[in-house]
Design a protein around this ligand. Structure first.
Ligand SMILES: *Cc1c(COP(=O)(O)O)cnc(C)c1O
Length: 370
């Protein structure tokens, strides 16, 4: 390609300064803005493609499958899944990871019913339609956790049908974690043996492994698959995530494709080769200790935010180990300026690494003024 024309450059410069301006006001979405992948820029010059199963040979040799497998291994460790049992791939984001997990559940139990709470991410309804999976929505408690009594009663009257649970490991709006111990207790009580539990750990999947007293969140707590986002806590200019499950489930859907010489185990065919590289680079950069520090700092700012809001007379709260601070919905201009998501009568601020105590002070002042 030739050098860009002046008009093209003007257009790009304008867009760039928009991004630069907007980024500092973004406190309502769980995306880390604090990253620098510029050492990876040279890789933008190649048409790399991770088509197919990262654990299998591919005819398309400009790929990052080896790096991708290392990233999967990292996540398997974090999610307490022994490496030799682990299978996964880097997805386009949380939605694809959730679709993959529920796909595995549906393939394991084609007649199963998927149970999910009212507070589950909006994408679940679409995923269940695509999969044509039978499903029942369960009530949520006010704090965002699934209502265990409603779950118990609903499964009780459908005891003859396999159970597929979509568990929230950190809901989008309130950061609530469904209690996997209680969920398994319900299934044990009702003697449901045909069961599959998928965990949606978009944000908290990168928080709970790094705190001293996490809520149960991993494969050791009963998960059969999990989805974690890459562009949320870790941060990435390209949306991405990880789908992680057990090899046994994947073997059911594996199919070899001659054209690309790969096993067609992934939802998409051609896949991003740069996002595994970015996640790998982030793990190299931070290390586990680095992430532990990042998470501790985020939680400290969240604690500060609750105190600062409450001191100002704004009732704010958060769950244990959560960076999602919930408070009453502020005026429309505040929502717009700070790019805050709201639902019904409440809103939230998420203390990602670019959100500082000063940011919280300024936001609280704006809330009081409006
Ligand atoms: C963000 C989020 C998702 C979806 O992730 P995308 O990357 O936008 O597809 C799913 N579940 C939860 C809990 C989330 O917070």
């Amino acid at each position: 390609m030739n050098e860009p024309s002046i008009e093209t450059r003007v257009r790009l410069d304008a867009l760039l300064s928009d991004f630069e301006e907007l980024r500092q006001w973004q406190v309502g979405y769980p995306v880390n803005q604090d990253f620098d992948y510029s050492p990876l820029l040279p890789f933008m010059q190649y048409c790399a493609n991770n088509v197919g199963d990262p654990f299998h040979e591919s005819n398309f040799r400009i790929n990052t499958h080896e790096i991708e497998r290392e990233v999967i291994d990292r996540f398997a460790n974090l999610m307490r899944l022994p490496g030799e049992q682990a299978w996964g791939y880097i997805t386009s984001g949380g939605t694809e990871g959730n679709m993959y997990g529920l796909y595995m559940g549906r393939e394991a139990f084609p007649d199963g019913v998927v149970y999910f709470s009212q507070d589950t991410h909006y994408s679940v309804v679409k995923i269940l339609r695509v999969l044509k999976a039978r499903n029942i929505m369960i009530r949520s408690q006010d704090n965002g956790e699934i209502d265990y009594d409603d779950l118990y009663e609903t499964i009780r009257i459908n005891r003859d049908v396999p159970v597929i649970i979509m568990a929230n490991i950190g809901t989008t709006m309130k950061g609530a974690v469904d209690d996997l111990g209680k969920v398994r207790g319900i299934l044990d009580d009702l003697a449901v043996t045909d069961r599959y539990i998928h965990g949606d750990a978009a944000l908290s999947g990168m928080i709970l492994p790094f705190v001293d007293e996490p809520q149960p969140y991993g494969f050791d707590a009963g998960l059969d698959s999990v989805a974690v986002s890459g562009h949320k806590l870790i941060g990435s200019p390209l949306p991405c995530g990880v789908a992680l499950t057990k090899r046994g489930y994947v073997a059911r859907v594996a199919r070899s494709v001659e054209y690309v010489g790969v096993l067609d185990t992934t939802l998409s065919g051609s896949r991003n080769a740069l996002t595994p590289l970015m996640l790998w680079y982030a793990f190299e950069h931070y290390g586990l200790d680095g992430f532990r520090e990042v998470v501790a700092d985020m939680l400290a700012v969240a604690e500060y935010a609750v105190a600062r809001f409450n001191d100002s007379g704004i009732p704010a709260w958060r769950h244990e180990n959560s960076v999602t601070v919930v408070f009453p919905k502020p005026a429309a201009e505040v929502l717009r300026k700070w790019q805050i998501a709201h639902y019904e009568d409440f809103a939230h601020v998420i203390t990602m690494p670019h959100v500082t105590r000063e940011t919280i002070d300024a936001l609280a002042d704006d809330c009081l003024k409006s």
